[in-house]
Write a protein that binds this ligand. Structure first.
Ligand code: ZN
Length: 331
């Protein structure tokens, strides 16, 4: 079948970042923070974090571009980085230039998967809206969910660093008093919270259902596009990750808060079936991955990067992706 499971976990230092902001209160822009418990004392700390949604957005943006470059279909909205992903009838119609919704959920899934690689790989949730007061026309498909084939989570500081993380507001000014353009009060001073931490990073890709039905038990696993295109879609999903992580294409506010990024380590596991790298929250995660491999092996190969090792980040990452692509094309 040429299916692979790709699992990536790492530790990355990110300094002076404002990658995930949650709200602004007046002239104060807040960084996302979440509660995390430390293993030794079970004390919970509020620490800076970067949400999985923010990472998924970045990945899907690259995925859309890569798919288009490779002549694969992407819907009208995903093409522009608007990931509403077949939320309801109106979105569906605009995304696929279609006036009607297919009758059966299986058919609707087929149409969406065929027409958009982002929704094929990243999943979607279609629901019909209730129109109060009007006599509702018969809605054939009410709800349809396709689970994402890739998985990401919150980036949180590593266990040893939790007690030391700090979020600090920085003063910025957007006005220039004394010039003819700002007479009384032009633009204001503002504060942006920035954070610095060694973060954990996680990404998994399961290619089993890419280009295939998932909705009903009868049709689950049946191809929606040709086997050749399924292969191509899997490879594009991997190549998108390679570019995404090499260029760190996620997060906001990068035009003036471009963070200082340095990878400490990572483990990429390429397997035939689900095999996830242990959490990098704990320092021993590389050792834990090697121990896990001795007990559980699904034709798994580990690619390990260490900051003080001989190979560069890109060298190790590219080797892992090459292995995964080879397994997809040769099987
Ligand atoms: Zn789409």
């Amino acid at each position: 079948m040429g299916d692979i499971y790709f699992s990536f976990r790492g530790r990355v230092y990110i300094n002076a970042e404002a990658l995930n902001m949650v709200e602004s209160i007046g002239n104060y822009v807040k960084h996302r923070r979440i509660p995390v418990v430390i293993p030794e004392t079970y004390v919970t700390y509020m620490v800076p974090a970067i949400s999985g949604e923010s990472i998924a957005h970045g990945y899907q943006y690259i995925l859309a571009q890569k798919a288009l470059e490779n002549g694969l279909s992407v819907c009208n909205l995903c093409k522009h980085g608007i990931f509403l992903k077949s939320t309801n009838e109106e979105v569906f119609k605009d995304s696929f230039n279609q006036e009607t919704i297919p009758d059966k959920p299986e058919e609707l899934e087929k149409t969406i998967v065929k027409g958009c690689v982002v929704e094929d790989v990243g999943g979607f949730l279609f629901t019909t809206e209730k129109k109060e007061g009007k006599k509702k026309k018969e809605e054939k498909v009410k709800n349809l969910k396709r689970t994402s084939n890739f998985y990401v989570g919150y980036m949180i500081p590593v266990a040893e660093a939790l007690v030391n993380t700090v979020i600090e507001p920085q003063l910025h000014t957007r006005y220039a008093l004394g010039t003819k353009h700002v007479k009384e009060r032009g633009q204001m001073i503002y504060y942006v919270e920035i954070a610095s931490a060694p973060y954990v990073f996680s990404f998994d890709l399961d290619t089993r259902y890419i280009g295939r039905s998932t909705y009903s038990v009868e049709t689950a696993g049946k191809p929606i596009v040709s086997e050749e295109e399924i292969k191509k879609r899997k490879i594009v999903a991997l190549e998108a990750f390679r570019e995404f992580i090499t260029e760190m294409m996620f997060g906001a506010k990068k035009t003036r808060f471009l963070p200082v990024i340095d990878w400490e380590s990572f483990v990429a596991a390429v397997s035939d079936k689900p095999w996830t790298v242990p959490s990098p929250f704990t320092k021993k995660y590389i050792e834990n991955a090697e121990k896990k491999l001795k007990k559980i092996n699904k034709n798994t190969k580990l690619y390990i990067y260490r900051r003080d090792g001989e190979k560069s980040f890109e060298e190790v990452l590219f080797e892992a992706i090459e292995d995964a692509v080879k397994r997809i094309t040769e099987k």
